[in-house]
Design a binder for this molecule. Structure first.
Ligand code: FER
Length: 289
């Protein structure tokens, strides 16, 4: 008798809950500041980098209602080749997008860290940003992130410290860093999002020599604008994952290589974080007409 009740309940909940679906585009107003809602807070922090040998800056967004007595998951959100720790803040207004999502109850409370991904003594985006040592500094940032910034954040903020509560995402050069660092350190990150990833993205075989390992990820998100000339770097990565039966989301969205696309990515990606997820269903929902 009991079993049959459980069976009937399960059957109807599957019927009514249905597949995990997701919007494809943020609605109008998603990035407009609303005075009447609660707001998160942005801090500028400085941490000592043993990797670079300097004190380095990062911005940290804590959510509305943030309490030191609670523990939060953390998203590390990386900028592009022309940016620094302020690029997302100035051009992507993540604090506004996330405040609005919190007001609608659509986000799991999390801390968001906006680092400077150019790990060198002069890490400003000035002069020739394409200079070899400046480009190489984006590779060096892996050590700075893992050995200096993450330990600092986890000491100074009430952060959850396990891989399932740590996410990494980024745009363009930061998307390449995200895939390189995230897939190279699956023991450290369970949520990975490459937005319009740049040519610094390692080739698939090098990125993921043991593809089955990526099954340990909760979310592997790869997105790119359909007008973006950097599409091949996202597509070759997604193709390799598909060939190896690795669950992931590949979202080709309308647009080019710009913040219109990246703000939409943050809007969609952030809502998936730190919650139960069926990547196949979200992927199918994003592909549907
Ligand atoms: C490149 C083209 C684009 C490249 C990097 C980028 C290192 C990055 C662009 C961005 O971050 O917006 O050839 O090589």
């Amino acid at each position: 008798m009991k079993n049959s009740i459980v069976f009937v309940l399960c059957f109807f909940s599957i019927l009514f809950v249905g597949a995990q679906t997701i919007e494809k585009q943020a609605p109008q107003g998603f990035d407009v500041e609303k005075k009447e809602i609660s707001h998160g807070k942005i801090d500028t922090i400085q941490y000592n980098s043993s990797t670079v040998g300097t004190n380095r800056k990062a911005l940290v967004y804590t959510p509305p209602g943030f309490k030191k007595s609670e523990k939060y998951p953390v998203l590390y959100l990386l900028h592009g080749i022309g940016g620094d720790e302020k690029e997302w803040f100035k051009n992507g207004t993540p604090h506004i997008i996330l405040d609005n999502l919190y007001a609608q109850g659509k986000l799991k409370p999390m801390i968001v860290v906006l680092p400077n991904g150019r790990a060198m003594k002069d890490d400003r985006a000035t002069g020739d940003i394409w200079e070899k040592d400046k480009v190489e500094a984006f590779t060096t940032f892996e050590k700075d992130l893992l050995n200096d910034l993450i330990p600092f954040i986890e000491k100074k903020y009430p952060a959850k410290k396990d891989r399932e509560n740590r996410a990494i995402a980024g745009l363009s050069m930061g998307g390449g860093q995200t895939l390189n660092f995230g897939l190279g350190n699956i023991d450290k990150f369970a949520w990975v999002g490459g937005f319009s990833s740049a040519p610094n993205t390692k080739e698939p075989q090098e990125l993921l020599p043991n593809p089955a390992k990526a099954k340990e990820l909760k979310l592997l998100w790869i997105s790119c604008g359909d007008q973006d000339r950097l599409m091949p770097f996202s597509k070759r990565t997604s193709d390799y994952l598909t060939e190896n039966n690795i669950p992931h989301i590949f979202y080709v969205e309308p647009g080019g290589h710009d913040f219109k696309v990246w703000k939409n990515d943050l809007y969609l990606f952030s809502q998936l974080l730190f919650k139960p997820i069926n990547q196949q269903e979200v992927n199918d929902s994003l592909q549907s007409e």
